[in-house]
Design a protein around this ligand. Structure first.
Ligand SMILES: *[C@@H]1O[C@H](CO)[C@@H](O)[C@H](O)[C@H]1NC(C)=O
Ligand SMILES: *[C@@H]1O[C@H](CO)[C@@H](O)[C@H](O)[C@H]1NC(C)=O
Length: 552
């Protein structure tokens, strides 16, 4: 039996809410609770620094021109996972501590991989995804919309991504060894909320009844086990925005997912050496904080200084490298060949999913914001979501990171369902500006309609409760206003066809039709990829693997 399953979703992220493109990776799994059998896969993991310029560069995500990098909270990494059949096909999945992937970056990475490995790694089988941190350097995408607040393309941001991804893939390639993959799933309830609950209520009741929560609470984890070394890494998908760090933060950070990844890698180095079958760390065995990347504020200065000097900044040193020289030397002989543990926390359907789980409040009155428009006395600028560490955003980042980390450890330790089958993949381009969609009408009958080029509405400029926009824009605005319409018309006046097609959303920026000096947004090219393991089975499971935010 051969099957291709691809899942298609479209989610919006703030503040640039237009269209989104994604790849999804799909695995068909065989359920197997029996004794672990050696699999036919080669697995290879790699990790490399991609921190980039830590000063004077605008950060990607909030589209806040004043959010300029001026230091580092913790470093960013690219983590790569390769799964290959010894004589067959292979796939690469790369998770970036960056706001999103970039088609331009991918093109360059593939170019380099082709120069090095021929046709082994191509645009067909290499998927690159971002964790959606809003605290990384910007300027590495090729469309105008994403370059406005960074005042253009930033070569340093771009180069460090291409270099880091390439190096992490080389590392994974060189680490390829026989191993197995396990999968596990579970619900994580306290690391995400819907930041537009009023919009969610616009869904028909019949639709809402199908879901237990108003956001997806499921975490899916893949665990990689080397035949000789035992567990060597994992990655998981869980939907929550990288907006624990605020729109005024100026320190480069992997936000909650980058933190979770470091917590898990540090945890493994300290405790996870044993095989997963033992419960060595116990249900309560996890220390409250196993990583030192977010120092306790009560630590004295000397301790902090000591901590700071223990960080190595040279790119490429594995995140999990033992910091103590004594330990390094002692362990050197035995551990020399052992690959470092690589743990990635990947982004998935995080559309309106916020890590600011306490809800949105007005900064002036301290009262909840207007439910339908996320405003305070009619203004959106004062309405902010609060993380669990409020008012300390570092603490919120740590807490949301730690909640994901704990869930991942739990899934990791209990993962017993082994992946089997052939490795395969699909990759395709789709023109989102003229897709045919069949609408089912209320009361029967259907109608075929077409999508149109992307456009940003007035409500987009209001941002979200994770990062409110400026001026007088409001969420849920279906009217627009004459002043900004005038400003818009200086750039591009949408024609009637486009206005009708986008109705009832009033168009602020007709990005899909703006081509000067070059394309403002992706409108005609989408990518959907699927990678799958096929098998004939009695029980099949579908894993939507990831969405790649090329555009949004
Ligand atoms: C595993 O955990 C349980 C419950 O926490 C405990 O009773 C048991 O002793 C543990 N087993 C091992 C081998 O640590
Ligand atoms: C929000 O909008 C809905 C639909 O227009 C309306 O029924 C509801 O009363 C509004 N809620 C608030 C709190 O304004």
């Amino acid at each position: 039996m051969m099957e291709l399953l691809a899942s298609i979703h479209c989610y919006f992220w703030s503040p640039s809410r237009t269209i989104c493109l994604w790849m999804s990776l799909v695995l068909l799994l065989q359920y197997s609770k029996t004794v672990v059998s050696k699999s036919d896969y080669l697995i290879g993991l790699g990790s490399y620094d991609i921190t980039g310029p830590a000063a004077d560069v605008n950060m990607m995500g909030y589209a806040n021109a004043e959010q300029i990098a001026s230091g580092i909270h913790f470093r960013l990494r690219a983590r790569s996972f390769i799964v290959a059949e010894p004589q067959g096909k292979r796939v690469v999945f790369v998770n970036l501590d960056a706001c999103m992937a970039s088609q331009l970056v991918t093109i360059k990475v593939i170019e380099r991989l082709k120069a090095r490995y021929g046709e082994l790694y191509t645009e067909q089988n290499v998927a690159i995804s971002g964790i959606h941190t809003h605290a990384g350097p910007g300027g590495y995408l090729q469309y105008v919309v994403y370059l406005i607040t960074s005042l253009g393309f930033v070569r340093q941001s771009f180069d460090v991504l291409v270099d880091g991804i390439e190096k992490s893939i080389i590392q994974a390639h060189e680490n390829l060894r026989p191993g197995s993959i396990f999968v596990n799933k579970g619900e994580l309830l306290d690391a995400s909320v819907n930041r537009s609950p009023s919009a969610y209520l616009n869904n028909p009741a019949s639709e809402r009844r199908k879901h237990k929560y108003d956001v997806d609470k499921e975490m899916t984890l893949l665990k990689f086990v080397d035949d000789q070394w035992g567990p060597v890494g994992s990655f998981n998908w869980f939907a929550t925005h990288g907006t624990s760090m605020s729109r005024t933060n100026s320190l480069i950070s992997g936000d909650n997912k980058g933190a979770a990844a470091r917590f898990m890698e540090d945890w493994f180095e300290k405790n996870g050496i044993k095989s997963s079958d033992t419960n060595e760390s116990g249900s309560d065995g996890l220390p409250r904080r196993v990583s030192n990347i977010i120092p306790n504020i009560h630590d004295d200065n000397n301790k902090l200084l000591e901590l700071a000097t223990s960080f190595r900044s040279s790119p490429g040193s594995p995140a999990t490298q033992t910091m103590s020289v004594a330990r390094r030397v002692r362990g050197a002989l035995k551990q020399a060949e052992k690959p470092g543990f690589v743990s990635a926390f990947c982004q998935t359907n995080c559309g309106d999913v916020s890590p600011n789980v306490l809800g949105a409040f007005c900064t002036d009155t301290g009262l909840p914001c207007d439910f339908n428009h996320s405003t305070c006395g009619g203004k959106n600028e004062l309405c902010y979501g609060r993380g669990p560490g409020y008012p300390d955003e570092f603490e919120s980042t740590r807490i949301i990171g730690e909640r994901q980390f704990r869930k991942a450890v739990d899934l990791f330790e209990k993962a017993s369902e082994q992946l089997k089958g052939e490795v395969d993949y699909r990759h395709t381009y789709i023109d989102f500006s003229q897709l045919e969609v069949t609408l089912t009408k209320v009361g029967g009958g259907s109608e075929v309609v077409k999508t149109c080029p992307a456009a940003m509405g007035f409500a987009f400029a209001a941002g979200t409760t994770d990062g409110p926009g400026a001026f007088d824009f409001k969420q849920g605005d279906d009217q627009g206003n004459p002043f900004w319409r005038l400003v818009r018309d200086v750039l591009k006046t949408p024609d009637k066809k486009q206005v009708d097609c986008q109705h009832p959303k009033p168009i602020l920026l007709d990005t899909g039709e703006m081509k000067q000096p070059y394309d403002w947004a992706v409108s005609s090219n989408g990518i959907i990829g699927a990678i799958l393991v096929r098998w004939s089975l009695h029980k099949v499971q579908l894993i939507p693997l990831h969405e790649l935010y090329l555009d949004a």
